[in-house]
Design a protein around this ligand. Structure first.
Ligand code: ADP
Ligand code: ZN
Ligand code: ZN
Length: 731
């Protein structure tokens, strides 16, 4: 019999250990296949991590080991799902992030192959059936049959479903003149792109490429201002890597927001490109995954999870907009694509290229120390100027348009001029919806989300109150549920309100809105971006989504309606986020030949995140923010880990959390700072109470040992769940 150790699907971190099962069937089990199991009378899927052959009987085996084992119900796969590299990556990621292996596995594999129960109903391979001639002898064939035989012969092969008369096919098959050839079908429909040759590279681009090629360093950070032609650098380097017979992994923050990047890659590399992102259907993902796995596509363009694509012999991994927070998964397994990229690059002997106009502080600091190799593109292509910017102090009432408390004179005038010139404008407000709070004027009741406890946002278009943290929605109410008063007040504003305001002030303006409300519909984002590019509208209003790498040639005005929103968030990264957002947004202005303008409205006109963003001066911001981080002992001067406890019973939770805090204080001593326990910004999670502990430390190796010990002591507990997040962002 064969005895296997399996990892099982079960979210709880306490099950991060393999279970033993035996198998008496006649298949030869391998490490890396899935099996069907019975676990407490439920069917679940297990992932085999170890196989042992034994001559012993079950009784002997159980007696020897001292525990009882059950039998595998069914074997799902014949071949292992992961190659050697990915298997070792699985171990590495799981041990670096101190997360269950099964959670890493579930991120690595497409849903249809994942060790989850639902994957059993997953899509199967789809085939196209082709007809091919095996014998072109035309004797004893009817004229119709001859016609088809010649057609197939001339074309080499034709799709079976393209032939109108199945009966003639049947006859030709019967008479053994043709055969059916099955071929795997790719369900993701990608239009045929013509090859487009690269433009002549600028001197700056060539310099960056040469420096990259002449170095043997592992990780590079390309700091290139907006519009400096970074994409062309990615394409040229990728082309070289492919010529060496190696493969390329190109990560982007979000595909629907950056369709241009995919198009550039498709134009240059055509059907050598596979695409992986969250909007694909499970069937499409499955096909793309297999194409990569078979080596049919050597270039993968995808989002965070594509970092696990089963590419072999990787030569280059690129992270565009490397500062983007979506590269960090904020639930299990909490990995960051950049760290995983570095792990894979080491294994493959490849290079990692990180790039951004506004690199994350931790990457830039590593660049400073020489851990990453710095590369620069300091000028826009063809030396176009960066936009002229103006900061408007909204505390000074003289600056504010009397007709509209949202617009300043400056922004209203600039918008007027832009529209008169038939150019385009982008208005950014990093908050969707209409009003941010609804409160009762009589009793002070605030409408809050019952599942996570944060204030609900009013959305006018569908007259609903929505939680911006979870999916909770409820219809807007006319009276206060506490006191029955009808004096309900809506305060704050978001994208919906701005759109209404633009329409009121500029009745002839054509507006489009882009925020995650629009993202509810699969095709809405690319459609909106395309419509704006085609100039079907002249004002685009949106959240941070519109600040991403878009290249709209006719945008000459960017208005930041309220720059302060991010700054008030309780996070050590809030200055960095605000700076990045404003800089990226301003960078959308004046990218082609017309000069651009940007207007920044704020209640904090002298905050350095805002003033340096207005000057588009990343380096000054970097230096100032580094001083702040040093003072406050935050990354990159410290490392962080957060520990979250989650339980139904709040009293127990508090007590348990203090035990963990005491443990950490004892273990870390002077070598770390333990903050908390604190109640998170979002205090509940589906009926569970949450408490956070933040650990700051200098020595990641030492901390890793302590955290592992903590996990062993406290995680295997039935009263609460304990989650560790290494390098967390929201603190
Ligand atoms: P970034 O990503 O640095 O913001 P892009 O890669 O979008 O900048 O490039 C900005 C613009 O310059 C794009 O329209 C791009 O097609 C164009 N461009 C890039 N490189 C060249 C080149 N060598 N010659 C001409 N145009 C270029
Ligand atoms: Zn009330
Ligand atoms: Zn909620």
């Amino acid at each position: 019999m064969q005895v296997v150790e399996v990892l099982i699907e079960y979210a709880k971190s306490s099950l991060n250990r393999p279970f033993s099962y035996f198998y008496n069937g006649n298949k030869k089990l391998k490490k890396g296949i899935r099996v069907l199991l019975d676990f407490n009378h439920r069917d679940i899927i297990g992932y085999v991590v170890k196989v042992e052959e034994t001559n012993k009987s079950i009784d002997q085996y159980e007696e020897e080991k001292g525990f009882s084992i059950s039998e595998i119900k069914d074997v799902i796969d014949d071949e292992p799902l992961l190659n050697e590299e990915l298997l070792s990556l699985l171990d590495e990621v799981s041990s670096y992030y101190l997360v269950p292996k099964i959670s890493v596995l579930q991120s690595m594999l497409p849903p249809s192959l994942s060790p989850k129960k639902t994957s059993l109903k997953a899509p199967k391979i789809a085939y196209d059936q082709y007809l091919e001639v095996i014998n072109d002898d035309e004797s004893d064939l009817t004229n119709k049959q001859i016609e088809l035989l010649r057609l197939i012969k001339n074309d080499g092969r034709i799709l079976k479903r393209d032939v109108k008369s199945p009966s003639i096919i049947e006859k030709l098959l019967e008479k053994q003149r043709i055969k059916i050839v099955k071929e795997e079908k790719r369900r993701l429909k990608i239009p045929d792109y013509k090859y487009s040759a690269p433009p002549k590279l600028s001197d700056d681009q060539n310099k960056v490429i040469d420096e990259f090629n002449n170095s043997n360093d592992l990780v590079y950070l390309l700091e290139g201002v907006t519009g400096s032609g970074k994409t062309e650098v990615y394409l040229s380097l990728s082309e070289q890597v492919l010529k060496q017979g190696k493969s390329v992994l190109m990560l982007v923050p979000e595909i629907s927001l950056t369709p241009m990047m995919v198009e550039y890659f498709l134009h240059r590399f055509q059907n050598n490109v596979a695409i992986l992102h969250s909007e694909l259907t499970p069937a499409e993902k499955y096909d793309e995954y297999r194409k990569i796995n078979h080596g049919d596509c050597k270039v993968v363009v995808g989002v965070r999870s594509a970092i696990f694509a089963p590419l072999r012999n990787i030569g280059l991994i690129i992270l565009d907009e490397e500062h983007t927070e979506s590269y960090k998964q904020d639930n299990l397994p909490f990995y960051h694509a950049r760290e995983v990229a570095i792990m894979r690059a080491k294994y493959n002997n490849a290079k990692v290229l990180l790039a951004s106009a506004t690199p994350s502080l931790e990457s830039r600091a590593r660049g400073q120390k020489g851990v990453y190799h710095m590369l620069y593109l300091n000028k826009r292509i063809n030396n176009q100027k960066l936009p002229t910017t103006k900061i408007v102090n909204m505390l000074d009432y003289k600056n504010i348009d009397r007709d509209s408390y949202i617009f300043s004179h400056a922004l209203r005038d600039a918008l007027h001029i832009t529209l008169a010139r038939e150019e385009q404008a982008i208005l950014l407000i990093n908050r969707r919806g209409f009003s941010t709070h609804v409160t009762c004027r009589n009793c002070g009741h605030v409408f809050k989300c019952p599942t996570c406890g944060i204030a609900l946002t009013y959305h006018k278009r569908d007259n609903m109150l929505k939680c911006h943290h979870c999916d909770y929605v409820e219809p807007m109410q006319e009276i206060c549920p506490d006191c029955g008063s009808s004096y309900l007040m809506k305060t704050g504003f978001g994208t919906e309100k701005i759109e209404e305001e633009v329409k009121r002030l500029f009745p002839s303006a054509k507006t489009l809105r882009l925020d995650s409300d629009s993202a509810k519909n699969r095709n809405k984002i690319p459609e909106t971006i395309e419509a704006f590019r085609k100039k079907e509208a002249n004002v685009l209003i949106g959240t941070q989504m519109i600040a991403k790498g878009h290249d709209f040639p006719d945008v000459t005005l960017v208005g930041i309606v309220l720059a302060d929103i991010g700054l008030s968030m309780p996070s050590y990264r809030s200055n960095e986020r605000a700076f990045q957002l404003i800089t990226q947004a301003i960078g959308r202005s004046g990218r082609k030949d017309k000069p651009g303008t940007a207007i920044i409205q704020t209640y904090l006109p002298s905050h350095y995140a805002i003033t340096f963003a207005a000057r588009q001066d990343y380096e000054l911001f970097y230096r100032k923010e580094m001083e702040m981080r040093k003072l406050q002992f935050y990354p990159p001067y410290a490392y962080l880990a957060s520990v979250t406890l989650r339980a139904k019973n709040e009293e127990n939770l508090i007590e348990n959390t203090y035990q963990v805090v005491d443990f950490l204080n004892d273990e870390f001593g002077d070598e770390g700072q333990i903050l908390g326990p604190s109640t998170p910004y979002v205090p509940y999670d589906m009926g569970y109470h949450l408490r956070n502990i933040l650990v700051k430390y200098r020595d990641p190796n030492k901390a890793h040992q302590i955290l592992e010990k903590m996990q062993q002591l406290f995680a295997y507990n039935s009263q609460y769940e304990l989650l560790i997040n290494i390098d967390p962002y929201n603190f």
